[in-house]
Design a protein around this ligand. Sequence first.
Ligand SMILES: [Zn+2]
Length: 170
Amino acid sequence: MSAIQKNVEASSEQYSSTFTKGDLVLPPAKKYLVLTCMDARIDPAQAFGIDLGDAHIIRNAGASAVDALRSIVISEQLLGTTEIVLVKHTGCGMLTFKNEDAYGVVEKSLGAEAVEELKAKRFDFLPFPHLENAVEDDVKFLKASKLVPDSATISGWVYEVETGKTRRVV
Ligand SMILES: [Zn+2]
């Protein structure tokens, strides 16, 4: 067993020994979802004040609304959430490359057939060159999408990995 797997086992033992929240219902109690980046430096529960069972937390590379749309529709239409809090962050990896760079890395690391697969799917890694603009663009995308109801409350934020602060952009 890997060290990571051992950590899962040990942590599960510890966590479940005092666990008391087994009766929470499926839909998020506070009817909102948080979309943020998968960056390892972000602790959404702590940084954004989310208790267990309160909200959906959707994470992907860059907190991309395009990438998250499937989960957002499920969250809103099937599980009753009505508010979206979108949080990108300083120092995001998505600010550091372009699609062609990622294609190049994939080719070098995984070979020509892997790149062919990307091309066949017209695969977009969804990088962005400017943080605040990307927050605004994603909020606009959600507001324009017919898959997100006009009644949804949507805000866009930036989390600062340097300070732990979250500031509102839009
Ligand atoms: Zn990021």
